[in-house]
Write a protein that binds this ligand. Structure first.
Ligand code: HEC
Length: 160
């Protein structure tokens, strides 16, 4: 009797655990699909990164123009951080390939800040701004024209 029962029990355990495993895999797959969809929905678009870059571009100008070099360095880093995230998060946008055209102007701004050189800063900022527009034109978003800001975006921050 025992000789008969043991194989039956083993069959049942193996069978049941296999069945359970498949159900578990299905559940995990569903959870994974749902998470993938949520991540896609929450992922910022390229336009959102650009809007954030626009804010830091504005702050960078007032910091540099007023000799707030520490703040200028911080704002420049913020721009670089946003630019670095774009290929990771918006890699599906073909325009991303052109992004590296701002690297050289950014390095010029970086150097002007390091040397606390206002004249060089103004020059480098202008070059950076022209390059923002050069990319916009290259990728058919030329109607987004960036310029040296006339006013700070925010009135509740010191620039020096
Ligand atoms: C890949 C080249 C590229 C570079 C370099 C670039 N941009 Fe953009 N920018 C884009 C694209 C593409 C869009 C349109 C995004 C979209 O589809 O929403 C855009 C849109 C924008 C917008 C409009 C955002 C909105 O929703 O109103 C602003 C502002 C902007 N960019 C600022 C900048 C600034 C400032 C720089 C330079 C520091 C810059 N961009 C550099 C490609 C670029």
């Amino acid at each position: 009797m025992l000789k008969f029962l043991i194989p039956v029990a083993v069959m049942c355990v193996v069978g049941c655990s296999n069945g359970g495993g498949t159900a578990r895999m299905d559940r995990l797959e569903k959870a994974n699909d749902s998470l993938t969809m949520q991540v896609a929905a929450l992922r910022p678009g390229l336009g959102e990164y650009m809007l954030s870059i626009q804010i830091h571009h504005n702050k960078l100008w007032f910091a540099g123009a007023n000799g707030g070099w520490e703040l200028a360095a911080f704002e420049l880093d913020e721009i670089k951080e946003q630019l670095e995230k774009i290929p990771q998060v918006c890699g599906n946008r073909p325009e991303v390939k052109q992004l590296s055209m701002v690297d050289a102007p950014l390095a010029k701004v970086d150097s002007a800040i390091a040397h606390r050189d206002t004249a060089k800063f103004r020059q480098a900022f202008l070059l950076l701004t022209h390059t923002c527009n050069a990319c916009h034109e290259a990728v058919h978003f030329g109607f987004n024209k960036i310029k040296v800001p006339a006013d700070p975006m925010f009135s509740n921050q010191e620039w020096k």
